[in-house]
Write a protein that binds this ligand. Structure first.
Ligand code: CU
Length: 264
């Protein structure tokens, strides 16, 4: 009897190990070279567009995004056609994966919201497609206007906390929206961009922090460490996509990246 139990738990362990490498916590990523611009530069700002497991240090090959763009002073500029393909190694010992880079001149004051809609990514471990509508906000020349505007994506996190100039320990809040309406009780996964793999965890649950939005779609998280943090609010799309003659679900994520710095 005891032996049977051991066999069963070993089998479960094997299943969880097999399933784990790609079962959790994918994040669309939009990481700019800087998120606060105070001086004019001749060089355009670079924004890397990626698809990865930000803490564990594995990135996926990403097809060219369906849409990439920037919202500034109420005006949307599409950058899709000008994206440059990159083979990026984000973590130590990793094979390079296909990522994309957007370039945009930061030449007038106010906030710039960079956003992307990737093409659906097939994830066999979840028997599902994944589409992460991802964005990041860059502040320019001291004018703090625009960060709480909506891009109007299928699903989107609208920040309630100003998403730049954040100290470590600050509480961050945002509203999760789907089709422009608050999405109550949505699960939000939170991950640190563990570039270079410097940070280690005590146990698996530390990799991806999980909070849920409240009845108004508002989630809250206190940022514990300096660096880039991603929030991914996950829902299931009402549409399905066909694969091999079968209809498959589509996980839609509203992803927002913010950067925190130490108080000095
Ligand atoms: Cu993956």
């Amino acid at each position: 009897m005891k032996q049977k139990k051991t066999i069963v738990s070993l089998a479960l362990l094997a299943v969880s190990i097999l399933a784990s490498p790609d079962a959790h916590a994918h994040f669309g990523m939009t990481i700019p070279t800087e998120n606060i611009v105070e001086e004019t530069s001749r060089e355009p700002l670079k924004v890397n567009l990626m698809f990865a497991h930000p803490f564990e240090g594995r990135s996926m090959n990403m097809e060219k995004p369906a849409t990439a763009g920037v919202l500034h002073n109420g005006q949307k500029t599409l950058l899709t056609d000008k994206l440059k393909a990159l083979d990026l190694t984000m973590y130590a010992d990793e094979k390079p994966s296909r990522a994309w880079r957007a370039y945009h001149s930061i030449d007038s004051p106010g906030d710039y919201i960079f956003f992307m809609e990737p093409k659906p990514y097939w994830e066999p471990a979840e028997d599902s497609y994944i589409v992460h509508y991802t964005k990041v906000i860059v502040n320019a020349f001291g004018k703090e206007v625009g960060w709480d505007e909506e891009v109007g994506m299928k699903t989107e996190i609208v920040p309630l906390t100003r998403p730049y100039g954040l100290y470590v320990g600050n509480v961050f809040q945002g509203v999760v929206k789907v089709d422009g309406k608050p999405a109550p009780f949505t699960e939000v996964e939170v991950e640190y961009f563990n570039r270079g793999g410097q940070s280690k965890v005590q146990a698996t649950p530390f990799v991806t922090q999980v909070v849920k939005a409240d009845a108004n779609g508002v989630f809250t998280y206190a940022i514990p460490k300096a660096g880039w943090w991603g929030f991914a609010a996950l829902s299931t799309d009402s549409r399905t996509l066909e694969r091999g003659g079968r209809e498959k679900p589509v996980e839609i994520g509203a992803v927002l990246w913010v950067k925190a710095e130490d108080f000095r």
